[in-house]
Design a protein around this ligand. Structure first.
Ligand code: URP
Ligand code: ZN
Ligand code: ZN
Length: 535
């Protein structure tokens, strides 16, 4: 009887399963619903999370992951066949600049073209920087402006960092302090400080000390663009005096030591005031070694690599064709092949923690603003559309990282650092349905004529990478499938990043118990920064 019953049940299940497969919607037949939220059943793939990989189906309902397991049944759901593919959390790019007013122009990709390119490349969450630059607006106003732009145009979710370029606004020293507290309340948990770009973005050390302390109090991460801006300025003047005007002058004026010195200084300052520190776009071995040293001393510090640093090298900046060379001008500069290898190994050994792009694009005409003077070439390279495939090729295909490590550095780590995990960064029940299907056995070839960014070239033109993102799902919408975009402007949401994330865990206790902390001295009295960031 029991055997008969079991047989009956299994026949029943098989029938339902077969029926579902038939009634499941073939993506190629009904293109009209692409881009809309729908029930999606991803069948037969290998789910890869940062901690493990396993064969599993994934069911998506109402923009969330509803089920993860084998042989999931869901009549009526659109079926995606993921056989032979990795099913991974969508990429998180913690470092992009859309429509940034910068160096006398505005970066070319906006939240629409930028996020379209993002999803075409398998990234489903981007973090931009609200920078009060080129106009006398406050950090709070900058935040509101960027949020509005993002909400109006984005096709995937986004978050914001806010840049602090000074502490004194119009003689009011408390205005910025109040703004910092307010933007944290509105969903920002990271402040960016530029130690370079003297005269525009660069913040002075005395402000940096107080701002780090304030950020720590607010539970916000301090992020730094680490280059010694004063030394850069000296170097630029010297080179121009010597008659060096071309793009190569950009690299000569910003050597690795100038980057490493700033990383060291920032890490010491941050540690002195007990502030967790995030170093953006680490480009040189020398800078990375400063991070390794700081980590070894127990500092709370993370290092971000970028796709350009892991794939390109400085020879491009020495191209005899000015237009071509200028495409690679960014800060800190793209370094030597040895630096590139060191950075890749830094990710492998976890000296570096995650990878962004610093996607900041200027077309040829904009780059030519610096045709007679390298200091005027707008700084920035593309990468948002290529990051996921380029990293799969360089990190996983080469055997340096496991697929799980790849997920960690392209998605999970960022979600954890910016405190939106497990909403993002993992394939798990209840998480946002931001998912990619990546075919490890297929190559992606980049052509500037086919990319989705808004410039007339691509630093990866004609490069091919193992690991092609075949499908991207953003909040339960198929937004990229088989080489076609199905996006709708304004569907991306601003996702607040709550204060006191992972980099703050245990900070109070550590401060209390530390014998060498600048103010604590473990004498039973907890000391730290007070409300206005003095200490
Ligand atoms: O060259 C770069 N990195 N441009 C974007 C602005 C910045 O410094 O991050
Ligand atoms: Zn920067
Ligand atoms: Zn940047």
């Amino acid at each position: 009887m029991q055997v008969f019953l079991t047989l009956l049940i299994s026949i029943f299940i098989t029938l339902i399963y077969a029926n579902t497969a038939e009634s499941g919607v073939n993506p190629d037949d009904v293109k009209i619903t692409f881009g809309k939220q729908e029930d999606i059943l991803i069948r037969g793939g290998v789910v890869v999370n940062a901690d493990m990989q396993f064969k599993s189906d994934v069911l998506i309902k109402n923009g969330k992951i509803a089920q993860v397991g084998l042989n999931i049944l869901s009549p009526g759901a659109r079926i995606l066949n993921a056989t032979g593919m990795y099913v991974m959390p969508g990429g998180i790019d913690p470092h992009v600049h859309f429509e940034l007013p910068f160096m006398g122009t505005v970066s070319k990709d906006d939240f629409l073209s930028g996020t379209q390119a993002a999803v075409a490349g398998g990234t489903t969450f981007v973090m931009d920087f609200a920078i009060p630059l080129g106009r006398e607006i406050s950090p709070l106003e900058a935040f509101e402006q960027y949020k509005k732009l993002g909400e109006a145009k984005s096709v995937c979710d986004f978050g914001l960092h806010v840049a602090i370029t000074k502490l004194n606004q119009d003689g009011d020293r408390e205005k910025i302090v109040r703004d910092m507290a307010e933007v944290v309340k509105r969903g920002v948990n990271s402040f960016k400080f530029f130690m370079a770009y003297k005269g525009t973005l660069q913040i002075e050390d005395h402000d940096l000390i107080r701002a780090f302390a304030l950020a720590r109090e607010l539970g916000a991460i301090s992020m730094v663009h680490a280059e010694n801006g004063d030394l850069v300025q000296e170097g630029q003047r010297k080179l121009l005096r010597q008659g060096i005007h071309g793009p190569e002058g950009h690299s000569f004026s910003r050597p690795p030591e100038v980057e490493a010195e700033a990383v060291h200084r920032a890490s010491v300052i941050a540690n002195q005031v007990g502030a967790p520190l995030y170093v953006v776009h680490v480009m040189s071995q020398a800078a990375m070694e400063e991070i390794a040293r700081a980590k070894a001393k127990g500092y709370r510090i993370v290092g971000e690599a970028i796709a350009a640093g892991l794939t390109l090298n400085e020879t491009a900046v020495f191209d005899r064709d000015w237009n071509r060379a200028a495409r690679y001008v960014m800060s800190p500069p793209i370094r030597s092949i040895d630096d590139q290898h060191a950075l890749v190994n830094g990710l492998k050994t976890r000296t570096l923690d995650l990878v962004g792009t610093d996607h900041c694009t200027f077309d040829t005409e904009q780059k030519r603003l610096g045709v007679d003077d390298f200091t005027k070439i707008p700084n920035g390279v593309n990468g948002i559309e290529e990051r996921m495939t380029a990293l799969f090729d360089r990190l996983v295909h080469t055997g340096k990282l496991t697929p799980s490590d790849y997920v960690r550095v392209t998605s999970t780590e960022a979600a954890q650092i910016f405190n939106i995990y497990p909403q993002k960064g993992v394939i798990a029940v209840g998480s946002d349905a931001d998912v990619i299907l990546l075919d490890p056995s297929k190559k992606k070839v980049v052509y500037h004529t086919e990319h989705h960014i808004n410039i007339d070239y691509n630093v990866y033109d004609h490069w091919s990478f193992w690991g092609s993102v075949e499908t991207t799902i953003s909040n339960g919408r198929i937004v990229w499938n088989n080489g076609t975009l199905y996006t709708e402007q304004g569907t991306g949401r601003f996702v607040p990043t709550p204060a006191f994330g992972k980099m703050f865990h245990g900070l109070e206790s550590e401060t209390f118990h530390s014998s060498d902390y600048f103010a604590g001295h473990s004498n039973g009295k907890k000391k730290g920064v007070n409300r206005n960031g003095s200490y």
